[in-house]
Design a protein around this ligand. Structure first.
Ligand code: C2E
Ligand code: CA
Ligand code: CA
Length: 774
């Protein structure tokens, strides 16, 4: 700003010692400021700044020499020392400017785009200057050689300046304040040089000098600004529109010269210069373009790879997998295996994402090692993987699936942890012959479809006309395989069946689709029934074997489907569990049961059951607010915590995480905990020591053994000792005969429930005498 004012003032001064002093002060001051700025800001490119200052200083010296010559001798000699200084200054300035404005490049070794651009501009402009200004002077033998050389020197350095500064003006990307000032100073210098070279008499030298003074101060400010220490960043010599325009323009200068000379040159054509120039330009442009094209190529390839790869595991992602599967299905028979890690959520919850990530990487590595070359393993989603197996030989798919199942049965290592991830796998084959074969003889592991009602029965959704699930029947059994998507869907259906049945590996059969469909319909119907109040809670007495009197009741839910009639909880609880409705339904059951016990207490007094046993599903347990809901229900019904017993399954708490925390919270509050169906799940006696348990419910299958011919009551006998040793109460379930009851009594069992004592009914306690007329 200061420099600008001085420069404007300078133009008003008459040319003389005063103006010389002023201009020298400004220019020398600028040099000092540049030196000081470079010292203070410590840029990595300090050497270039010093070179730049040297260039400016040399130039200023030239100015002074020139001015002194005029003021002392009345006119400047030509050529003089001033010219030597000027011409010496330009190379320093241009080299320093080029290096100061060059971007930091990582991929060295390649000719930088900026350098080539400068060269293209230089050659283009150079041809023009050469043909019209330099060549005529240099070849004019009437002028002394030195004068010729010096005269030609100015347009030559002009070309240099133009070549270096034009790319700076056109560069894209952000400019720091320092770079802006550098650019501005350079632009002024370029303009000055062009006007001096092309039209020496058009501009009053005073304005020219004033312009240079402004340029000096711009440069001084550029060096003083702290941002000068930052490396220059940009879009790495990308080809902007204006830059492309200038480069094209520069290349067109050569034919333009030919044209002008041909028209007006009287037959004199600088064919040598034009030819050499065009060749040089051609090579430069080709180099520039090939560098650019190969970079675009590399970037395109990187982008493609990124889009097809899973970041965490490095496996192909879903998109890539689907493309490969599409190709594979068209060419040869293959097997699709879908895998999901049921235990993964717990790992993430309990041990954190970092361990979860390690586990996924470990699984990815295991899978990669377990497949053959040519087969594909991919990560499809958070904890989902897929494997495509080419059936080179019959049975390949089954073999790989079996091997993967075996590998995934073992714990994986993640950091210092050993994690059991509970992989569920579904397999589907693309071979058409596989369909009828499997549908006639299901090869499912641990799936019984009898629990679900037939899909041909109409549903509430149909009846209500919502159509949400009706008409979804696809009649899959007769449909031919339409590509990879269908194969993936089938494997996914099988995987889902593995998940709901608790199995590890399930092979797809068309009837799985019917099951899935029936489950979906049932889920929709559950929603309607929950709103319409089609549910009821029934109670089965729990008996004290020592006096055969009921001490408690277990609450069991009943659903009367408006169309189908009664539906077994064994059929709809898993569905409600899966679609989340169990949370709402379970809360309703809990509230209903607790209210019921409170009612019995007021009507029956001492005859009321001591406590009520309520089944709680895994999904409810892992719901974060579950313990609070239970405590609120106890508070609103006025029951003390000991009046409630919560039945959970071993499987629900085996996974750990929120479920175990919920059980612990409930137990701390005074609510008792029972392990239901004990002996059928994971049956880890270790669980009994780590989880607070008060009651073991011995599964009906062990009670059945008592009276089965040829079998002895080994398990019930052993379990009563376990309970005694761990100070747990044992309740034998499913007692159907007096003989079983007697045997259990002899073994030392105190509590039992079963049809022998009473079925689950709406009102098991009210004494018969009360309801009958006397
Ligand atoms: P569970 O908790 O083991 O319940 C005992 C099941 O055995 C009940 O079947 C009951 O009616 C039946 N049962 C009782 N005594 C005998 C007997 O002597 N012989 C035979 N054959 N069966 C007997 P239900 O009511 O059909 O319930 C089946 C399962 O559904 C339950 O097994 C439980 O896991 C689940 N469930 C039932 N009600 C609820 C509920 O309110 N909430 C939750 N989360 N699950 C429930
Ligand atoms: Ca139960
Ligand atoms: Ca049970």
């Amino acid at each position: 700003m200061c420099g600008l004012v001085v420069a404007v003032g300078y133009t008003a001064l008459p040319y003389g010692w005063v103006s010389l002093t002023v201009s020298t002060a400004v220019s020398a001051g600028s040099c000092v400021v540049m030196m000081a700025g470079t010292r203070r800001n410590r840029p990595a490119s300090a050497g270039n700044w010093y070179l730049f200052v040297s260039g400016v200083a040399t130039w200023i010296l030239g100015d002074i020499v020139y001015a002194v010559q005029i003021l002392v001798g009345g006119a400047a000699a030509f050529p003089s020392w001033a010219d030597a200084l000027y011409l010496g200054a330009y190379p320093m300035l241009t080299v320093a400017l080029f290096r100061l404005t060059r971007e930091r490049r990582t991929d060295r070794g390649f000719l930088s785009g900026n350098l080539i651009d400068s060269a293209i501009i230089g050659v283009g402009v150079g041809i023009v200057y050469w043909t019209f200004m330099i060549e005529p002077v240099v070849t004019d033998s009437s002028i002394p050689v030195l004068t010729r050389l010096v005269t030609a020197g100015y347009p030559t350095v002009g070309v240099l300046l133009c070549a270096v500064i034009t790319p700076i003006l056109l560069r894209r990307g952000p400019r720091s304040p320092s770079l802006w000032l550098l650019t501005a100073g350079s632009a002024i210098t370029l303009a000055g040089n062009i006007s001096y070279t092309l039209l020496p008499h058009a501009v009053d030298p005073v304005y020219l000098y004033a312009g240079y003074l402004v340029a000096y101060t711009c440069w001084a400010a550029a060096a003083a600004h702290p941002s000068m220490a930052r490396p220059v960043t940009g879009d790495r010599d990308g080809l902007g529109r204006s830059r492309l325009l200038v480069l094209t323009g520069s290349t067109l200068l050569v034919p333009a010269v030919l044209l002008v000379q041909g028209e007006h040159g009287g037959g004199r054509v600088s064919w040598a210069a034009v030819a050499v120039g065009s060749m040089a330009l051609f090579v430069l442009v080709a180099t520039r373009m090939s560098g650019y094209v190969s970079r675009v190529d590399i970037q395109a390839r990187q982008l493609r790879e990124l889009a097809m790869r899973d970041d965490l595991t490095g496996l192909p992602n879903r998109r890539d997998f689907e493309q490969r599967a599409t190709l594979a299905v068209q060419t040869a028979p293959c097997h699709m295996i879908m895998i999901d890690l049921a235990g993964f959520k717990h790992v993430n919850d309990r041990l954190g994402r970092a361990v979860g990530d390690q586990a996924l990487i470990a699984v990815a590595e295991l899978l990669r090692q377990s497949i053959r070359d040519g087969d594909v393993v991919a990560r499809m989603g958070a904890d989902e993987f897929a494997v495509l197996v080419h059936d080179t030989l019959p049975g390949d798919g089954e073999a790989v699936a079996g091997r993967l199942a075996e590998v995934l049965r073992h714990p994986v290592h993640a950091g210092e942890h050993e994690l059991l991830l509970n992989a569920r796998m579904g397999v589907a084959s693309s071979a058409p012959s596989a369909l009828p074969a499997t549908s006639s003889g299901p090869r499912l592991s641990s799936i019984s479809s009898s629990a679900l009602p037939s899909s041909s029965t109409s549903s509430i959704a149909d009846r209500a006309g919502t159509g949400s699930v009706s008409g979804a029947s696809s009649g899959v059994s007769g449909v031919s395989l339409d590509g990879a998507a269908e194969l993936i869907r089938r494997a996914d259906t099988a995987r889902y069946a593995a998940k709901t049945s608790g199995g590890q590996l399930v092979e797809y059969t068309p009837e799985l689709d019917e099951r899935t469909e029936a489950a979906e319909r049932l889920g929709a119907d559950l929603r309607h029934s929950l709103d319409d109040g089609d549910f009821q809670v029934v109670y089965q007495p729990i008996i004290d074997l020592r006096d055969d009197r009921p001490v408690a009741v277990e609450a069991l839910v009943r659903w009367t489907h408006p169309v189908r009639g009664p539906v077994s909880p064994a059929a709809f609880i898993p569905v409600a569990e899966d679609n989340g409705l169990i949370v709402e339904l379970g809360e309703w059951i809990m509230r209903t049961a607790c209210r019921r016990l409170a009612d019995w207490r007021t009507t029956l007094g001492a005859e009321a059951p001591l406590y009520i046993s309520v089944n709680v599903s895994p999904r409810q347990l892992s719901e974060p607010g579950f313990p609070a809901v239970v405590l609120a229900i106890l508070a609103e019904t006025g029951l003390e915590p000991a009046a409630l017993l919560v039945e959970v399954t071993e499987t629900a708490i085996f996974g750990g995480g929120t479920a175990i925390e919920a059980v612990e919270t409930l137990h701390r509050a005074g609510i008792r905990i029972a392990l239901d169906d004990f002996g059928t799940g994971h049956s880890s006696l270790g669980l009994l020591r780590t989880v607070p348990v008060d009651v073991l419910k011995i599964d009906k299958s062990f009670v059945d053994e008592i009276t089965e011919p040829g079998r002895r009551a080994v398990v019930v006998d052993a379990l009563i000792h376990v309970c005694a040793g761990l100070d747990l109460r044992a309740v034998a379930e499913g007692v159907e005969t007096a003989e079983q009851a007697e045997y259990l009594r002899e073994l030392g069992y105190h509590y039992a429930q079963g049809y022998h004592f009473g079925r689950p009914v709406p009102d098991p306690i009210t004494p018969v005498a009360d309801t009958l007329p006397v």
